[in-house]
Design a protein around this ligand. Structure first.
Ligand SMILES: Nc1ncnc2c1ncn2[C@@H]1O[C@H](COP(=O)(O)OP(=O)(O)OP(=O)(O)O)[C@@H](O)[C@H]1O
Ligand SMILES: [Mg+2]
Length: 194
């Protein structure tokens, strides 16, 4: 089955969940995440601002902002199709990007380089038994994770966040796709590392 068909099917599965199911899932995923060894001391976490039917991150992000340092992605103003991560603080001003996703207003002092992130929470549409990831089709996270995949960011821990219905046994994948080392769903923490 081609990627586009998997994407359609998996997006439909995610959209079929009720708000209550989504919120319950978010709570369980958040509990798994906050219990990981990486989160036991104050650290810097890159997350995402959930929109539409993505696994909700609003409550989790508030917690991360209080207990850790939270950074969220913005579309790179110069390097098109790339993401920049910005620190979120009480004075953060928000604006909607071209995809209508809220993002922190770009202020240079707020830029957090990927090398300063310990954990990066990655949204996804689907994942498989090998950690292969299907996103929305922009390639943003594949580009973001390319340096990590090449071993250039050894301290970074990418972690996908998903509903259980986003799992499929095998996804088609392309040379640029970066597989995830871990994915957290309500049921469990999936670890694909050796
Ligand atoms: N590291 C990269 N360098 C250049 N182009 C890339 C890179 N990664 C992805 N692309 C391009 O981005 C396009 C979309 O990629 P893909 O379909 O894998 O997106 P995705 O993983 O579903 O989306 P996303 O990562 O934004 O959630 C592809 O056509 C590919 O050519
Ligand atoms: Mg991809």
């Amino acid at each position: 089955m081609p990627r586009q068909q998997f994407r359609k099917q998996l997006l439909a599965a995610r959209q079929a969940l009720s708000t209550a199911e989504r919120e319950a899932a978010a709570q369980q995923v958040s509990d798994h995440l906050l219990a990981l060894p990486e989160l036991q001391q104050s650290t810097t976490v890159g997350s995402y601002y959930s929109v539409r039917a993505e696994l909700p991150t609003q409550t989790l992000n508030q917690q991360l902002q209080l207990q850790h340092r939270l950074a969220l992605p913005v579309l790179h103003p110069i390097s098109l199709q790339h993401l920049l991560f910005l620190k979120v603080h009480p004075q953060t001003r928000w604006q909607a990007n071209t995809y209508n996703i809220p993002e922190p207003q770009l202020r240079c002092p707020d830029i957090v380089p990927l090398s300063a992130l310990r954990v990066l929470l990655v949204p996804l549409v689907g994942f498989d038994a090998h950690g292969n990831r299907l996103g929305m089709g922009g390639g943003f996270y594949d580009r973001t994770l390319a340096a990590w995949h090449q071993g250039l960011l050894p301290d970074l821990q990418p972690i996908g966040l998903a509903f259980d219905c986003q799992y499929v046994e095998a996804l088609p994948h392309a040379p640029w796709d970066v597989p995830l080392p871990r994915v957290i769903t309500p049921a469990k923490v999936w670890d694909f590392r050796g």
